[in-house]
Design a protein around this ligand. Structure first.
Ligand code: T1G
Length: 708
């Protein structure tokens, strides 16, 4: 008989339903395959083998998911038996048919459990995938050996190298599942399918015996194409090539040998620093969603949003809102500007249509939720209004005066300013408690980062509403205090200045860009400047000139270029020359001459810098200012800095962000560098008090990353 409930684990239960042993994985929040789940699954298979009344096994997940994967929190800790490969082999070896019934997520190890089962059914809404590559890993429980046998080499490589999720229908067409259920009742669908298999005397069907590899396809072209693509675009990631090697092994080795090979490669990935950085990024992006206000206050309902300003940012914000299903009212000052604003919105959708990623009817449905007006009265019903007008305090305060006049008392009034003092904007109206900063990053409909800037007098529920909006927009919110540049732009200004110092001291902008690109950024600082437009930074430098410390070093090279109108790609030259609208620049001898002249003017004797020296200065500046931002409580924790730099400034994700990277380098080493640089420029390289304190106490940034 089935062992008593007492012998069952609380996270995996099993009981007979007729002649089917129903196994339920119930390990909130996502049924991750922690050691108790692994033990419970093996115990359930054993129970099925021992119980003659059980003629088949059905595995389902409780809650919203099948199984969300291995327990990522276990990585880096001593592994406990049984391993997940053992569990999968145990399921596959069961002498009775095992059916996996999938709803919600079947990801990573979760899908590997399903692949080791003999039959698979999914219902609409299911998300199947092998996203281990996004954690610096590879499917380490037989996925690299079973998936190619089931769906073929090419489809398996695509699934594992992209880490993407596939829905039930696509899974069916790929061959990942055998059936798509008609209802969303996963238990009923699973039981019915298992019963159908029994009536049909369906045999135990081990995936390791599947003939996907023999689809008549030669796997060599797919494998070499994958390797070539990785060499082109993997940005130095470690695990993608290991995935290809494992699939190669699936083709060339017997199954058991392939499993052993996969295990070796998995452990190599597990021990790679990239896994540490990517897992840190994964958990940090969930941690930042839990700002203190989201626990103490209830967000106000958001059913309709106004956007003031139809420029690049306003239109991008409007698209982000429309894409989340929220109706948008755009306000502009006159009909011509409003028409331009609408055209900016339509242009985004027309671009997606041109790429085949949106249909005309889908565009029509989105635009049906878009209205425009030149009268603020149209905002009377809005639950939130976001202004994205010209970055001038007087202009913004005039907008807020109108919002105060027309908006309903519960409306949240948000500013998208990227550097103006939000406390001053809030103080300009009679209800500052309803004013919050929502700093989007351009293009606002694509960039995931959203800095939620919290003024001194704002209500907690307004902050909670801002975080709720971020969730609706599928953005990653980071709570920021009020200062010039908040979190990201403030730190950017410092590491950009460090690059300028390096350039004036002897490194060429091209060498700096290469060093930063090789470190893992998509582009170096001068390529970014040319892309964004040098005039934007020039305006910021001129704005800050009045408050700049006269004793602070100021490199004028960028100003010399801007004075010539060399603003970058939009003027076909900046730090680089851009031929015929090319987006790839070439080095400019005239820029080098300007730099040499500036070095002479500044009485600087140029010296050489290695890539390693460039990166140590660039990173030390970024880390030190990040420490100041945490020290001044502009950011809640170091992980908030990491999430900001990864999702808004191109910081290489596999390094986990600058603060995580600093921990891997060792804070004492970072501080030693800063102390060395301080001898050259004590004002710029003043060590952050937080960094000094952590080094003195033998702690690291991670020690400050507890839930805020
Ligand atoms: N392990 C541990 N915790 C996890 C987890 C996991 N696999 N997945 C999610 N969580 C936590 C998460 O941190 C959050 O915690 C809560 O669950 C809700 O997550 C051997 C080695 C499943 C689609 O990569 O994609 O299997 O903040 O907010 O939006 O080959 O979570 O509440 O404390 O994301 O409903 C492979 C990762 C692992 C899937 C659900 N699996 N997870 O999304 O919830 S490696 C993955 C997700 C592996 C094997 C290899 C999503 C989700 P807290 P959430 P959601």
């Amino acid at each position: 008989m089935t062992p008593s409930i007492a012998s069952q684990s609380v996270v995996v239960t099993h009981e007979l339903h007729g002649n089917i042993l129903l196994v339920i994985v119930d390990n909130p929040p996502v049924n991750a395959l922690g050691v108790e789940v692994r033990q419970g699954l093996l115990a359930a298979v054993e129970a099925a083998e021992m119980n003659d009344a059980a003629r088949a096994v059905l595995i389902i997940g409780a809650g919203r998911n099948f199984i969300g994967g291995a327990d990522i929190r276990e990585f880096g800790k001593p592994s406990r038996l049984p391993t997940l490969p053992d569990v999968c082999n145990g399921i596959e070896s069961c002498r009775k048919p095992v059916v996996a019934a999938i709803h919600g997520a079947a990801l990573g190890g979760g899908l590997e459990v399903a692949l080791a089962s003999h039959y698979r059914i999914a219902v609409d809404g299911a998300k199947l995938g092998l996203p281990e590559v996004k954690l610096g890993l590879l499917p380490g429980a037989g996925g690299t050996q079973r998936a190619p046998r089931l769906i073929g080499v090419e489809a398996a490589l695509s699934l594992m190298l992209s880490g993407r999720h596939v829905g039930a229908q696509e899974a069916l067409s790929l061959g990942l599942v055998d059936r798509v259920g008609q209802s969303d009742d996963i238990l009923a669908e699973g039981l019915a399918y298992a019963q159908e298999l029994l009536l049909a005397h369906a045999p135990v069907r081990r995936t390791r015996d599947a003939l996907g590899l023999a689809h008549g396809e030669s796997s060599a072209p797919a494998l070499s194409a994958a390797r070539a693509d990785i060499a082109r675009s993997s940005k130095g990631l470690f695990s993608p090539l290991k995935i290809v090697d494992c699939v190669d092994a699936a083709v060339t080795m017997p199954f058991e040998e392939g499993l052993r090979f996969e295990r070796e490669q998995f452990l190599a990935c597990l021990n790679s620093p990239q896994r540490g950085g990517l897992v840190h990024a994964f958990f940090s992006e969930r941690e930042v969603q839990k700002a203190p206000e989201t626990r103490t206050a209830v967000p106000r309902p958001i059913h309709a949003v106004g956007v003031v300003g139809g420029g690049t940012m306003g239109a991008g914000i409007a698209v982000a809102l429309l894409d989340s299903g929220l109706p948008v009212t755009m306000i502009e000052r006159d009909d011509a500007s409003l028409a331009r604003g609408r055209a900016h919105v339509e242009k985004v959708y027309d671009g997606l249509i041109a790429k085949g990623r949106l249909t005309d009817s889908e565009k029509g449905k989105k635009l049906a939720c878009f209205t425009g007006s030149i009268s603020y009265d149209a905002l009377a019903g809005g639950d939130m209004v976001i202004e994205a007008v010209f970055e001038d305090m007087a202009v913004k305060q005039a907008v807020f005066a109108e919002l105060e006049r027309v908006c309903k008392p519960s409306a949240v009034l948000a500013t998208n300013t990227s550097y103006l003092d939000i406390d001053a904007i809030a103080a300009s109206i009679s209800r500052p408690q309803d004013v919050v900063g929502l700093h989007f990053f351009s293009p606002a409909n694509i960039m995931k980062l959203l800095e939620v800037v919290v003024p001194a007098r704002v209500n907690a529920e307004v902050v909670a509403t801002a975080f709720d909006l971020a969730k609706k927009l599928r953005k990653i919110p980071v709570r920021a205090g009020v200062c010039d540049g908040f979190i990201g732009n403030r730190i950017l200004a410092v590491y950009r200045a460090a690059a300028d110092h390096l350039m004036e001291d002897g490194a060429s902008p091209y060498q700096i860009d290469k060093a930063v690109h090789d470190f893992g950024f998509p582009m170096g600082p001068y390529q970014v400047m040319d892309l964004a437009g040098g005039d934007i930074g020039w305006a910021t430098r001129k704005r800050r000139a009045v408050t700049r410390d006269p004793n602070a070093r100021y490199v004028q090279i960028s100003d010399r270029l801007c004075e010539r109108g060399w603003f970058g790609q939009k003027t076909a030259r900046g730090f680089y020359l851009y031929q015929q609208g090319s987006r790839t620049g070439t080095q400019d001898q005239e820029v080098k001459a300007i730099i040499a002249a500036e070095r002479e003017r500044a009485s600087v004797t140029p010296r050489t810098f290695s890539h390693e020296q460039i990166i140590r200065r660039y990173m030390a500046a970024m880390i030190n200012e990040g420490a100041n931002v945490v020290h001044e409580r502009i950011a809640l924790r170091p992980l908030d800095i990491d999430v900001t730099l990864i999702n808004g400034f191109g910081y290489p994700r596999h390094r986990g962000g600058p603060m995580n990277y600093a921990d891997t380098v060792g804070l004492a080493n970072v501080l030693a560098d800063i102390r060395e640089f301080e001898k050259e420029d004590p004002l710029f390289w003043r060590p952050s008090p937080l960094l000094v304190k952590l080094v003195e106490s033998g702690n690291n940034f991670a020690s400050l990353n507890q839930t805020a």
